[in-house]
Design a protein around this ligand. Sequence first.
Ligand SMILES: Cc1ncc(COP(=O)(O)O)c(C=O)c1O
Length: 444
Amino acid sequence: MNLMHEISLSDYGQASTTPSPVAQMMASFANTFRPAIDINLGVGYVNENTIPRQFIADAVNHIVAHHHDFHAPFNYGSPDGVTELIAAIRTYLAYHHFGNLTPASLAKLDMIIGANGATSLLDAMTQILPRGIVVTTDPLYYIYTNQLQRAGFQLLSIPEDRDGIRTDILAEKIKALGKRRNEISFVYIVTVNNPSCSILTTQRRIGLLRLMNKLCTEQRRKIPLIMDTAYEQLIHDPDTPTPDSALLHDELGIVHEIGTLSKTLAPTLRVGYMLAKPSPFLDAMVQKVSDTGFSAPLLNQHVAALLLEQHASEQIESVITGYREKAVQTRKWIEQYLGNEVESIIGGRAGFYFYLTFKNTPTHPKSAFFKFLSRDTGNQSIDAENNPTVIYIPGHFCVNSDGDMAQQGQRQLRLSFGYESLDRIHTAIKRMGEALAYVQIQRQ
Ligand SMILES: Cc1ncc(COP(=O)(O)O)c(C=O)c1O
């Protein structure tokens, strides 16, 4: 019999044949997850109670009943995005002072709507921008950075503190790159970072732009600064001032903000947008929307526009109040049950993550801490059926394995308080406290 080779794959295809490590971990949990017993502080789902299901249903019914008033809402659409949605997002951003953007500052910027959420815009960049070095923060948005690496990009990751990327370290690292500075493709910053929910301050944004301006001038080319603002509408700490959008300080026209309605309305709408000065890059992004799916689904775009026009204020108010309450309570429990072992806590002022660094306790998937929480110790009383499995994201997955944070990442974790109810979060954190005690005993 003739030997037949497998279907040939591109390098990206080859690299994508095995799921990313974190996807593998999540898949293995998903297969064994017992909804009423196990507790998910891992996957970054939004809280189900924040999703305005009835308003979505009303909007769909309204569009069906009045379809002649919309431009063929059940047909194909234009890749530029629905005019009403773009107008509604502009009004929403200005009305709520997100990024301190004003109608006047927004008027100078173009907005495009991604084919399938912010994720599709991030994906588009991997084809439109040349392969090379992507500068980003460490810990990093592991879902996208994993994709970037599969697509052949290299990461230059810069440690952060609670104010976001350390611009002093960035300056040193850019300098140390030497001639390889001309390989920098783009800079990707998550302004309220995932995994840590550190909030990039206005001062850091200005510092970042100053460095970028210097680099662009030296390189005689515009290097895009991509600001992913996915969680910026969820800054809920009343003592945290609204940081300026980097777009307000952008002299060269390099800042491109990517936002989403997933966290405040619903991920299912798949509405993500890019806001930037007009440029050939933005034109190429529009063509890519068309290549991916002609446009974002028109029905979703019209639903999102109606939701923003009619319910944005009450929606954002209730979402923020809900996450604020959970953040305050979750922090108390972290201090109560894990306090002695916690070296630092970032997060809790925005979004729905805390990022913890333990003093001594490893958190990676082979650690005793992880095994205790996944009921995989081999000890019958710990692994018992009626104990909950508690899922978190080990720092191991959240840091660049070749970067400065690789060691520290081994004793870090992301804890999400978005999805679960407070009583279940309480049970989970208590159980984490028991896991710490178990690790102590194992050590003796
Ligand atoms: C930093 C970041 N960017 C983008 C996204 C994805 O947004 P979307 O749902 O619009 O694709 C997420 C989702 O968790 C995120 O955490």
